[in-house]
Design a binder for this molecule. Structure first.
Ligand SMILES: NC(=O)c1ccc[n+]([C@@H]2O[C@H](COP(=O)([O-])OP(=O)(O)OC[C@H]3O[C@@H](n4cnc5c(N)ncnc54)[C@H](O)[C@@H]3O)[C@@H](O)[C@H]2O)c1
Length: 366
């Protein structure tokens, strides 16, 4: 393993987020290079490797972990696999980049954090909203005092539901729209406000549209009260037609800012015939559409991966950690419990269920 030059990266997974990681490293190639992909379905790793000229492929990620030159491994596998993969990567002496949400339970989160500490490797939590240029600008302005005392941060992500079957299965995902998308909003409000302790959480959940294919929530509203008096309001949905939206609003006693991730980086477009691609999860490109340019850059994923590689080299200090992911997990448990109890839940909340959504499903069933 080298301690200088480009950080050599392996990716676990070969589908949606793996492709985004692969292209993101290539967009900012000066710090890191992807040298291997591991994915269990025959042919899939080869396909992604051919697309981005990645030299090595593996069916079993454990075989990839034996490659001595690989220093950092990114996990783009379903949520229920994150903990075991993190433990295996850390035990192989390699740095970990784990996609959101961190894992399925708080016990898993503790074990992931602990093993990475013991093995002296980084546990980077891949929350790209900490690197999203528009949102970083909003935070810079807030930190410079532009809005005075910030009392409300709103964050929302919505689309018509995930692309892969496992997201809809609570045993492999751990939750629904709140866990899948709300993990971004919770992390964002916490980070934006300077990581204050959480005081209480209230959540309203429902399965409005997709009850035929999931037991999970497909629509979520969550309100977080922080110790410093500020409030985070998080809205997420798998019921929103027309492609993805991602928005933030910041309110302070001296100002306000609104950030719509996709508008302002998109071309208001009308087409009778349609065209190739507009934006993540948009079902069609005919009629009115809003094709976004520099999509990955606007989400912040290349910047995020560059930061992680620079942290491996000791050039920067990790700003999206396993501990951040753990705070989000704690909040998810409390939010699901709140929806189950139909009341505000005080923090810290001690989970009663195995995975976050059990806090809601078990109470809802009664
Ligand atoms: N940061 C973001 O905005 C964002 C966006 C999408 C997904 N994600 C996260 O990324 C992760 C993957 O999501 P996705 O959309 O790529 O899912 P996906 O279904 O498109 O891909 C999952 C991949 O995991 C692989 N996999 C399954 N079992 C495996 C195993 N035992 N060993 C190795 N690989 C295995 C599959 O073969 C597939 O390649 C999830 O945790 C998801 O929450 C994050």
């Amino acid at each position: 393993m080298s301690s200088k030059g480009k950080v050599k990266v392996g990716i676990i997974g070969s589908q949606f987020e793996a492709d985004i990681h692969a292209v993101s490293f290539q967009m900012m190639p000066e710090e890191a290079e992807v040298v291997a992909i591991a994915s269990p379905t025959p042919g899939n790793a080869e396909k992604l490797a051919a697309k981005y000229s990645i030299p090595r492929v593996f069916l079993d990620y454990r075989e990839m972990l034996k490659e001595p030159d690989i220093e950092m491994v990114t996990i783009t596998a379903p949520n229920y696999l994150h903990a075991q993969m993190t433990i295996d990567i850390a035990n192989a002496g390699k740095h970990v980049v784990c996609e959101k949400p961190l894992c399925m339970t708080l016990a898993e989160a503790d074990e992931m954090i602990d093993v990475c500490k013991r093995k002296g490797v980084l546990l980077a939590y891949a929350e790209e909203l900490f690197f999203t240029p528009k949102y970083v600008k909003a935070k810079e302005m807030a930190d410079q005092g532009a809005f005075g005392k910030v009392y409300l941060v709103k964050q929302s992500e919505k689309h018509f539901g995930p692309h892969s079957g496992w997201f809809w299965d609570v045993d492999r995902a751990g939750g629904g729209a709140l866990m899948d998308l709300g993990c971004h909003g919770i992390a964002f409000c916490y980070w934006f406000l300077g990581r204050p302790a959480i005081k209480s959480i209230y959540a309203q959940l429902a399965t409005h549209v997709h009850g035929d294919k999931t037991k999970a929530d497909d629509d979520a509203i969550c309100i977080i009260e922080f110790e410093n008096g500020a409030v985070g309001m998080i809205e997420d949905s798998w019921c929103r037609r027309g492609g993805m939206t991602d928005r933030t609003e910041v309110y302070g006693d001296a100002g306000v800012t609104y950030a719509d991730l996709h508008m302002g980086n998109a071309l208001p477009t009308y087409s009778e015939r349609g065209y190739g691609y507009a934006v993540e999860k948009a079902p069609s490109t005919s009629g009115w559409s809003y094709p976004v340019f520099e999509e990955h850059w606007n989400y912040g994923i290349p910047q995020e991966m560059r930061h992680f590689a620079r942290c491996v080299r000791g050039k920067e200090t990790l700003d999206a950690t396993g501990e951040d992911g753990r705070v989000v997990m704690q909040a998810l448990y409390a939010a699901y419990a709140s929806a189950g109890l139909s009341q505000k839940v005080q923090f810290p909340y001690v989970p009663t269920g195995k995975k976050p959504i059990d806090e809601w499903l078990t109470r809802k069933a009664k």
